[in-house]
Design a protein around this ligand. Structure first.
Ligand code: SF4
Ligand code: SF4
Ligand code: FES
Length: 247
């Protein structure tokens, strides 16, 4: 996602329309943790929670759909289904009834990736639970990233490490799939294992990466790094948003 700095009108040519009263935002009624609130219709769930006067101190991180900290479930009027989404990227809807799930506790395997092999035996040993999958596809329907979650679990059962890596690559580890899984599978942890195994054992070596690591180790960027560490937040932010982004 790229951002451009807000452009300003030249001096003496200020946009007169800015002096006009802004049209009122249309409002919708939502139920946050069971309490009724009226919020702007264009708000994300996260903005709506804050608009309602509450401070989010857990269950928020990047605010841009990357960190997976803001898993939320909601229902809509006349619809018995439980829907799920990220609070920072899902817009409110009239009559939405929502609850944030800031943490989804689940077991993860402990391992040293240097001592594993990229095959089905590793999956069997570390996450035998994947073989309980009943192919209901609930995980895929729950995923706010649109990932074919069931497919990467099937790939795990086959020991197809490259397919796990490929299919799970956009996972933000929100845990919403695991929360709904009737077989108690921890899909995102399986995805992490697959990507680690792929990166360690199957990915082609990148010459460019090797060269860059040597540059870092030789101290080529030490001065620039020290300068960045000495900058204040506003300067860092300006630099970040004005950086060149490859198309
Ligand atoms: S929700 Fe669980 S059981 Fe259903 S398809 Fe996904 S991994 Fe398999
Ligand atoms: S695969 Fe699961 S943990 Fe990853 S983004 Fe989708 S729902 Fe969230
Ligand atoms: S706050 Fe990071 S994904 Fe929503």
């Amino acid at each position: 996602m790229s951002r451009k700095p807000v452009s300003k009108a030249p001096a003496g040519k200020q946009d007169k329309s800015l002096d006009q009263p802004k049209p009122k935002a249309r409002m919708v009624t939502v139920y946050i943790m069971g309490k009724r609130h009226v919020v702007p219709e264009h708000a994300t769930i996260m903005r709506a929670i804050e608009y309602s006067g509450q401070q989010i101190i857990r269950g928020a991180g990047c605010r841009e759909g990357f960190c997976g900290a803001c898993g939320t479930i909601y229902r809509l009027p006349g619809d018995y289904k439980i829907h799920s989404g990220l609070a920072c990227t899902t817009l409110v809807q009239e009559g939405m009834s929502l609850t944030q799930i800031p943490a989804v506790p689940m077991e993860k395997a402990i391992y040293d990736v240097e001592k594993l092999s990229p095959d089905v035996d590793t999956i069997k040993r570390l996450y035998p639970v994947v073989f309980r999958c009943v192919a209901c596809n609930t995980c895929t329907k729950s995923c706010p990233q649109g990932i074919q979650v069931m497919d990467y679990i099937q790939a795990a059962k086959r020991g197809d490490i490259a397919a796990i890596m490929d299919l799970s690559f956009d996972c933000v580890a929100c845990g919403l799939c695991a929360l709904r899984c009737p077989a108690e599978i921890v899909q995102h942890k399986v995805g992490v294992l697959g990507r680690r195994l792929y990166g360690r054992y199957l990915a082609k070596e990148s010459k460019e990466l090797g060269a860059r690591i040597k540059q870092v180790e030789s101290g080529q960027f030490d001065e620039e790094y020290a300068s960045l560490m000495g900058m204040d937040k506003a300067s860092l932010s300006k630099m970040y948003y004005e950086r060149d982004i490859e198309p």
